[in-house]
Design a protein around this ligand. Structure first.
Ligand code: PRT
Ligand code: MG
Length: 214
């Protein structure tokens, strides 16, 4: 029997994807928040979910270990998208990728006088492209999380991070000074799987696409 493996991360991606899966007639038999299982069976014999780190979703799909996956555009930009077909913006897990600095840091004038700004981020590739397009010379520092801390302890002048409510910035006396791009989660499909398994994948694509929140 032809079967489909879908890669996604727990937390906000799983939570926002569950209604879309449901619209396609797919319901997980375990809750990834409480179960320690990494492979979740669904109500459909030929569909299973695998729970991976958000930033690993494109890798599983690229190599065909998963036929499709759900990943944030932030993650896809860092991955580069090789071997991935990205047919749908699911309009879920939305936020904005922003440049942020300490409340008391004058970003405008630092940029204006051509100062070399130190920027800490997990989104290294996207940040590099953004500042290059602006013609700004920056020193990029790679971090893997908790970017908000970097300007507070003098590791960096600025960070590039995702912002949704803005509460994390506020709680750490930071302010957003520049939007790089809006972010949402995308459906990604392995290009070979799409050809070989079109008869299962296409109806799912149609159901997802009809259920995307406005
Ligand atoms: O934690 P892990 O290293 O496994 O990966 P991850 O943190 O990327 O995973 P997860 O599950 O937190 O996020 C998955 C995807 O959700 C991301 O790739 C984004 O596409 C999307 N998303 C949407 C967000 C946010 N909103 C978001 N607010 N991802 C992270 N955040 C973080 C942000 O980095 C910051 O620390 O939330 C904080 C800011 O939130 P506010 O509400 O305080 O502004
Ligand atoms: Mg996280």
């Amino acid at each position: 029997m032809m079967s489909i493996t879908i890669a996604l991360s727990k937390g906000r991606i799983f939570d926002d994807t569950a209604p879309l899966l449901k619209a396609a007639g797919i319901v997980a038999l375990d809750d990834p928040e409480t179960s320690r299982k990494l492979i979740l069976a669904t109500n459909r014999d030929n569909v299973r979910l695998i729970i991976v780190r958000a930033s690993d979703v494109p890798t599983y799909v690229q190599y065909g270990a998963a036929d499709m996956g759900i990943a944030g555009k932030d993650v896809l930009l860092e991955h580069g998208g090789a071997g991935l077909y990205q047919p749908l913006d699911l309009n879920i897990a939305r936020c904005r990728m922003m440049v942020a600095v300490r409340d008391d840091f004058d970003y405008e004038s630092a940029v204006g006088r051509g100062a070399r700004v130190r920027v800490a981020t997990k989104y290294f590739q996207t940040a590099r492209e953004h500042f290059a397009e602006k013609g700004m010379h920056v020193d990029l520092i790679k971090l893997y999380g908790s970017m908000e801390l970097a300007p507070l302890v003098g590791l960096a002048d600025a960070i590039v991070d995702l912002v949704s409510s803005g509460n994390t910035l506020k709680a750490n006396h930071l302010k957003a000074v520049e939007e790089i791009r809006p972010i949402s989660a995308r459906l990604v499909i392995n290009q070979a799987a799409l050809k070989l398994k079109r008869e299962i994948i296409q109806p799912m694509l149609d159901a997802f696409s009809a259920a995307i929140p406005q």
